[in-house]
Ligand binder design. Structure first.
Ligand code: ZN
Length: 442
C-alpha cells in the first residue's frame, strides 16, 4: 500500500485582459484529476485579494485546491503542464504555481494571505517566503502570480460564499453571451437571499455574465450548493455549455476592508477602513464626484466618492463634525491631491446638528428684522421691535445614521452586499457527494 499525501496547489495570474481565466484553468485541472479519481478534500477555493492593485486584471483572484493522492509527483507534472498551456503569457500574464504537501496550514501562510488581502505584496517577498518555507514553486514572467498562489493556499475562511461558474465550449470563446434577461430576474426572485447580485432590478441589467473574451458564460454567487444548482435550472440560454464548477470564495465578505487604516499603514494601493470626524465641507467637483477630509487620530485624510458609486450625494450631504467610518482603497498622491481614499462604503455613525443662523423674526409682523449695524442688534422696520441676537434654526439632515453601500453595478467581487451584512456562512460544508463539478453531456 502506497502512502497517501495531502497536496495543496495554489495558482494565480494566469489570465490577461485578452482572454483566459484562472478559474478556467482550475476547471481544466479538476477535470483531469477527476478522471483519475483523485480525492478532493474541499471545494476549489477562489480567493480574491486586494482589488486596489492597479496592474491586476479582473478582480485579483487566485485559486487553490486540496487533494489526497498516492502519486503527488505525477499530479504535479500534470498540473505544471496545464498551467503552462493555459496561461496567457504573451498577453502579460505572470503565472505562479505553488505546491505544499501538508494537511494543516502553518500560521505563516495565513499571515501572508491576510496581508495580501489589503496590501501590495512585492513578488520578491513571495519568493523569499517560498524559500524559507521550502515550497515547490514555478513561475513565468516576473512571478507576481506567486503572491496569490501562496495566499490562496494560506487563506483561512471565517465566512464564505460559493460561486458556480459555468464555462463555454471553445468555439464560443469571445462571442457574445446570450441569456434570457427574464430568466435571470426570475432566478434571483426564486433563489435570493441564497444567491446574490445576479440582477440589477433598478436598471434591469444582468450581472452574472462577464463581458470579456474569457471562457466563463455566467457566474452565480450564493450561499449553498443546492441554491446554485437550482439557479442553473431556471436560467435560460440557447448556448450549449461545457460544464460548471462551484468554488468556495471570500467574495461578498468585505474581506479587504476589515483592516484599520492609519497614518502609518496608509500606503498607496492599501485597502481598509478608517473612522473619523468630517473636517471640512465636502466639495462637489465637475462630474459629480465628491471630496472631503476626515480627521482620525490627529491626522487628516482625504476621501473621494465617485459619481458611479451612487453614494456621492450622501457624501455631499455630510457636514463638519459628522462621525463616519469609511472603507476603500488608497490612491497614490497626484499633482492636485495628497493620498486619497477611494470610498467603497460609508457608514454614518453620528450626525452633527446642522445649525444655521439668521436675522431674528418679528413674531408680531412675521417679518425678518434688519440689522442695525455691527453689534448694534436688530429691529423690525414695520413695528420697531428690537432684538439683540440672531436666531438659530436647525436644518433637517438629508442623510441618516446608517451604512451606505455603492449601487450593485459598482460592487466589487469582495463587496459585502447589504443582504450579507451581519451574516456569516458556515453551512456550506464540503462533501464528496455534492454536485460541485459537472461536465455536461451534450
Ligand atoms: Zn414688527
Amino acid at each position: 500500500m502506497e502512502k497517501e499525501t495531502i497536496l495543496n496547489v495554489g495558482f494565480d495570474d494566469t489570465d490577461s485582459s485578452k482572454g483566459m481565466c484562472t478559474t478556467f484553468l482550475a476547471y481544466k485541472i479538476v477535470n483531469l484529476l477527476q478522471k483519475q479519481k483523485t480525492e478532493f478534500l474541499d471545494f476549489p477555493r477562489l480567493i480574491r485579494f486586494n482589488p486596489n492593485i492597479p496592474w491586476k486584471t479582473r478582480g485579483n483572484g487566485a485559486v487553490s485546491i486540496k487533494i489526497k493522492t498516492k502519486n503527488p509527483s505525477k499530479i504535479k507534472d500534470q498540473i505544471k503542464n496545464l498551467v503552462a498551456k493555459y496561461s496567457d503569457i504573451k498577453n502579460g500574464a505572470n503565472p505562479g504555481l505553488v505546491f505544499f504537501e501538508s494537511d494543516s496550514i502553518p500560521s505563516a501562510f495565513i499571515n501572508f494571505s491576510n496581508l495580501a488581502l489589503w496590501q501590495l505584496i512585492n513578488r520578491n517577498n513571495a519568493k523569499r517566503f517560498a524559500k524559507k518555507n521550502n515550497l515547490e514553486i514555478f513561475y513565468q514572467g516576473n512571478g507576481q502570480g506567486l503572491v496569490g498562489a501562496i495566499g490562496a493556499i494560506g487563506y483561512d475562511f471565517h465566512d464564505h460564499t460559493l460561486e458556480l461558474l459555468s464555462y463555454r465550449k471553445k468555439p464560443k470563446f469571445g462571442k457574445e453571451r446570450k441569456i434570457s434577461t427574464q430568466s435571470v430576474k426570475i432566478m434571483q426572485e426564486k433563489t435570493s437571499p441564497n444567491t446574490f447580485n445576479s440582477f440589477d432590478t433598478k436598471r434591469g441589467r444582468v450581472l452574472i455574465t462577464p463581458h470579456g473574451p474569457d471562457p466563463v458564460f455566467y457566474g452565480v454567487r450564493g450561499e449553498n450548493v443546492d441554491s446554485l444548482i437550482y439557479a442553473t435550472k431556471i436560467l435560460k440560454s440557447d448556448e450549449k455549455l461545457d460544464g460548471y464548477m462551484i468554488f468556495k470564495s471570500n467574495q461578498g465578505t468585505g474581506d479587504h476592508l476589515k483592516n484599520e487604516l492609519n497614518f502609518e499603514n496608509m500606503k498607496p494601493y492599501a485597502s481598509g477602513k478608517i473612522t473619523g470626524i468630517v473636517s471640512n465641507l465636502p466639495k462637489i467637483v465637475k462630474g459629480g464626484h465628491v471630496f472631503f477630509k476626515i480627521l482620525s487620530q490627529n491626522h487628516d485624510f482625504w476621501c473621494a466618492v465617485y459619481k458611479p458609486t451612487g453614494i456621492s450625494t450622501v457624501a455631499s450631504n455630510l457636514i463638519k463634525g459628522d462621525k463616519i467610518c469609511v472603507g476603500g482603497g488608497v490612491r497614490k498622491a497626484s499633482k492636485h491631491f495628497p493620498r486619497i481614499i477611494n470610498i467603497e462604503f460609508l457608514d454614518v455613525i453620528d450626525l452633527q446638528k446642522n445649525i444655521s443662523k439668521s436675522n431674528p423674526l418679528c413674531k408680531k409682523c412675521d417679518k425678518k428684522m434688519k440689522s442695525k449695524g455691527q453689534n448694534q442688534g436688530f429691529q423690525c422696520i414695520r413695528c420697531g421691535k428690537k432684538a439683540s441676537k440672531k436666531m438659530t434654526i436647525e436644518i433637517s439632515r438629508k442623510i441618516k445614521k446608517q451604512l451606505y453601500l455603492p449601487k450593485i453595478s459598482a460592487h466589487r467581487h469582495l463587496t459585502r452586499p447589504l443582504q450579507r451584512i451581519g451574516t456569516i456562512n458556515k453551512t456550506a460544508k464540503f462533501d464528496k457527494s455534492l454536485s460541485w463539478f459537472c461536465i455536461y453531456r451534450n
